[in-house]
Design a protein around this ligand. Structure first.
Ligand SMILES: CC(C)(COP(=O)(O)OP(=O)(O)OC[C@H]1O[C@@H](n2cnc3c(N)ncnc32)[C@H](O)[C@@H]1OP(=O)(O)O)[C@@H](O)C(=O)NCCC(=O)NCCS
Length: 183
């Protein structure tokens, strides 16, 4: 029923639609309305076209489909700050609101982790808005809290927290275990 595959240039608009829908739903109670207004399918499509044109080693993108319709995606690449001793980073992971808490996030993260490991990465870091409850997803999988910083979204300032998986192989093992337990 669900299929995970690499994203390609033809997916830009579908990924943008999932991105905007999930982004708005996730942050509606966490970010001021005026700071959310510039997230549109049109500007996200341009962003995803740019990303999907890059060599896939630079910023791998994986999508999950239900009956050939994209319902979620994950993407990442080289860790941007070089300050924490992590080499890889998850830049974005989003599922449609209707497809959350069904285990698809874990499936996407496993496919992405395998891809990043194949590309030679050893660890993964992710920044999460501090008051976004989905940080529980990373903690459940063994992530460690690393740092908290202020970030700008629109005109507002918000706090985000970095979580890290020090060992990708260990994370893949953990995700295998969860899958076996049927989570
Ligand atoms: C974060 C996200 C990708 C996780 O994927 P998912 O498929 O929903 O998560 P899974 O079903 O694989 O969850 C596994 C476990 O993680 C934890 N978890 C996941 N989302 C959670 C949430 N919102 N609150 C608390 N715990 C959560 C739970 O323990 C869950 O197990 P359970 O459902 O049996 O309790 C997905 O919920 C999502 O797209 N959220 C909105 C966008 C977002 O916040 N993205 C992250 C930005 S950094």
């Amino acid at each position: 029923m669900y299929q995970i595959r690499r994203g390609n240039i033809h997916d830009a608009k579908s990924i943008a639609e999932v991105h905007v829908s999930s982004w708005k739903d996730t942050y509606k109670d966490l970010i001021n309305e005026q700071d959310m207004s510039n997230s549109t399918v049109e500007n996200r499509t341009i962003l995803w076209e740019t990303i999907l044109k890059m060599p896939k080693e630079q910023q791998p993108v994986m999508v999950v489909e239900e009956n050939r319709k994209i319902v979620g995606f994950i993407s990442g690449g080289k860790e941007r700050t070089e300050r924490f001793g992590y080499d890889g980073e998850i830049f974005a992971i989003y599922l449609l609101p209707t497809h959350q808490r069904k285990g698809l996030g874990a499936l996407l993260l496993k496919a992405f982790s395998n891809e990043m490991k194949r590309l030679g990465y050893h660890s993964l870091l992710i920044w999460v808005l501090t008051n976004n409850p989905t940080h529980q997803f990373y903690l459940k999988l063994g992530a460690k809290k690393i740092e908290q910083e202020q970030t700008t979204i629109g005109y507002g300032t918000y706090q985000e927290t970095a979580y890290g998986f020090k060992d990708i192989t260990q994370l893949i093992h953990q995700l295998d275990q969860l899958e076996k337990e049927g989570l």
